[in-house]
Design a binder for this molecule. Structure first.
Ligand code: RM4
Ligand code: MN
Ligand code: MN
Length: 398
């Protein structure tokens, strides 16, 4: 008996509907980030890799390769102005020719020198107007690309006590985002991402999920919170945040990555796979929100890192689908403190790799995506065709 047959029969004996698990897994869609294929850096340096994509079309090619290998990465999130082009119809066509949809559009309001003191919360109305103009431009771009989400993250905040009026900044935020929301076409939603600190080191204007939720509640139903795994204080219970936002119908999306210390943007599941599993246990309790990877690969090979992240996401989701919900509910009802815990551990400790491999193979993707990537020679070909361009110190996302 091969590994898959053995696993499937064991799961069926334990009462699992293996076909339903496989169907759900096959429907998993993860958006990969165009900026995850381009250059990224630490605050000290950017290391260029041979074969780095030279423009957004080549970033989409890398995303298509990730999808070809994994079967779960059929959409790409874009970042503007990093992904700005003259002809959006051509970009949309390039994506669909590669079997990709355009995912969330991410406006960038953190690199222009005008935003030194903030963007939508800046004390100067002229800077806020400029920020709003970029946000409106991104709404237009999304319409042209067939994207259905604006994903907002602001670097806005202050570095010193007394630097600015905290409440006034909040009112400027409400005002700016209120204008954006009013300009949003029906088919687009607004995702509001928060982050504890960095680049602001005293008070970030959108620092936590409660703060983001307040904004969303003010704006309207199509505004929802986006949770990024690297954006909390150490020890914060992220699966609980997922549960609470889900219950309120305000969990709009996820930025997956992993961290040891702060916003490290490492490969998904590389540091804390158990946390990832617990998050998926909460996510799997209701229809999945928009799921995106948000990673920055500074020293690791980018496509390989993305593929590994997808594989880790598939495994975490598969394990979450194998939680015996009946057993869990019974343990809760009986006040059996460790009964529910064991139910989770049983699922978590299941080696789901043969099942994930089978689902991928049925989708026409690779049983072993990392081995297939290495065997394909994709990286070497990209290095040869794209060459390398001069390193840009501190270059980001393109
Ligand atoms: C931020 C945040 C945003 C991402 C940028 C590049 O820390 O996570 O989502 O777009 O980094
Ligand atoms: Mn993020
Ligand atoms: Mn981040």
């Amino acid at each position: 008996m091969n590994d898959y047959d053995h696993l499937a029969s064991r799961l069926r004996d334990a009462g699992h509907d293996v076909d339903a698990v496989e169907r759900a897994l096959a429907l998993l869609v993860i958006e990969t980030p165009s900026w995850g294929y381009g250059d990224s850096g630490t605050r000290f340096a950017t290391f260029q890799q041979a074969g780095r994509p030279r423009d957004v079309f080549e970033r989409l090619d890398d995303a298509a390769e990730t999808h070809r290998l994994t079967g779960s990465a059929s959409a790409v999130a874009l970042h503007f102005p990093w992904d700005r082009v003259e002809d959006y119809a051509a970009l949309r066509e390039h994506a669909s020719a590669h079997g990709l949809a355009i995912g969330a559009v991410n406006p960038n309001l953190f690199q222009d020198p005008d935003y030194r003191l903030g963007s939508v919360t800046h004390p100067d109305g002229a800077v806020r107007a400029k920020a709003l103009e970029h946000l409106r431009e991104c709404v237009e771009i999304a319409t042209e690309l067939g994207s259905t989400a604006q994903s907002l993250w602001f670097a806005d905040g202050t570095n010193y006590p007394g630097q600015d009026d905290l409440a006034a900044r909040r009112e400027r935020l409400y005002d700016s985002l209120g204008q954006l929301y009013a300009a949003l076409p029906d088919e687009q939603e607004l995702l509001v991402e928060y982050k504890l600190f960095e680049p602001a080191f005293y008070a970030t204007d959108l620092a936590d999920w409660g703060s983001a939720l307040l904004v969303c509640q003010k704006l309207g139903e199509r505004a929802r919170v986006l949770v990024d795994l690297g954006h909390h204080a150490q020890g914060v219970n992220i699966e609980q945040i997922v549960a609470l936002l889900g219950l309120e119908g305000r969990l709009g999306g996820f930025h997956f990555n992993n961290r040891k210390y702060a916003d490290d943007d490492l490969i998904v599941g590389s540091v804390n796979p158990f946390e990832l599993f617990l998050i998926f246990c909460e996510l799997a309790a209701r229809p999945l929100p928009r799921l995106t990877i948000d990673q920055a690969h500074n020293v690791e090979a980018k496509v390989e890192a993305m593929v590994l992240s997808i594989v880790n996401l598939q495994e975490a989701y598969a394990k979450a689908l194998l939680v015996d919900r009946g057993r869990l509910a019974a343990a809760h009802a009986e006040g059996d403190v460790l009964g529910g815990h064991h139910a989770l551990l049983d699922a978590y400790n299941t080696d789901v790799r043969p099942l994930c491999a089978k689902v991928r193979a049925e989708q026409g993707a690779a049983e072993d995506p990392i081995a297939a990537l290495k065997a394909s020679g994709y990286a070497a070909r990209a290095a040869e065709q794209r060459g390398s361009t001069a390193a840009v110190a501190g270059g980001w996302g393109r």
